[in-house]
Design a protein around this ligand. Structure first.
Ligand code: PGA
Length: 256
């Protein structure tokens, strides 16, 4: 973390978990626990159908609500999809874009990620752009080449003044939901690499103000060490965000 230049953001990615009533219950449980979290922003990215309940439950707290996806068109004949304007109208502040599960199961590509990033920014949503390598890419020594390509394509057409609204989440695919976390130095190395890429594209000042999260089996036990790294400015947390006690401990680690 480097609080001098950028905000620490802890975001929960609930994935396809929790009904609306369970959403209400978990947020009510989290609210008093997170009240002291002064030094970081807290976001919960919930399923679309839980958004209204989440916004209502989180009212008056420091929890912001995010979506897990959105469509890149403004409106139209896209059955089953949700637009950025629909999200902002409900009070949604963030949207995860290009999560590896969406790339893997729903054919999202770097190009669709780019279109979504542009649309999210236009609508006033902060995109949390996920990048990450497979275990094969890591073994072949092309981790950074792959990440740099993902970052560059995601940002095509994004103006310098918009960059600080973009959050990156470095999520090695082999660490997601596997209990196998990247070591703090592996994670920091790639987050630093993302920042180097941003510096080349937008200059040093812009690059240092961007929040870069780590995600992939981050939990109550390993959060403090990961967050102590120079270029890891928060976390995108799946499994451990579904339990109030675990998520609270991660937020507390970000407040140290
Ligand atoms: P995990 O998921 O914390 O359960 O590994 C992280 C993510 O997919 O964002």
């Amino acid at each position: 973390m480097n609080r001098r230049y950028r905000k620490t953001i802890i975001a929960g990615n609930w994935k396809m978990n929790k009904t609306a009533s369970e959403t209400r219950a978990l947020i009510e449980e989290l609210k008093p626990l997170l009240a002291k979290a002064k030094w970081c922003d807290v976001v919960l990215c919930v399923p679309f159908v839980d958004i209204s309940a989440a916004i209502k439950a989180a009212k008056g707290s420091k929890i912001a609500i995010g979506a897990q996806n959105m469509h890149f068109e403004k409106s139209g004949a896209f059955t089953g999809e949700v637009s950025a304007d629909m999200l902002t109208d409900l009070g949604v502040k963030y949207a995860i874009i290009g999560h590896s599960e969406r790339r893997q199961y729903f054919n999202e590509t770097d190009e669709t990620v780019n279109k979504k990033v542009i649309k999210a920014l236009e609508a006033g949503l902060r995109p949390i752009v996920c990048v990450g390598e497979s275990i094969e890419q890591r073994d072949q020594g092309v981790t950074m080449d792959n990440i740099r390509m993902q970052v560059k394509i995601a940002l095509k057409g994004v103006a310098a003044k918009e960059l600080k609204k973009v959050v990156f989440a470095y999520e090695p695919i082999w660490a997601i939901g596997t209990g196998r976390t990247a070591t703090s130095s592996q994670a920091n190395e790639v987050c630093e690499g993302v920042r180097t890429c941003l510096r080349e594209l937008y200059g040093a000042r812009a690059a240092r103000s961007v929040t870069i999260q780590y995600g992939g089996s981050m939990n109550a036990k390993n959060a403090a060490e990961l967050l102590a790294q120079t270029d890891i400015d928060g976390g995108l947390i799946g499994g451990a965000s579904l339990k109030a006690a675990d998520f609270t401990q991660i937020v507390e680690a970000a407040n140290q």
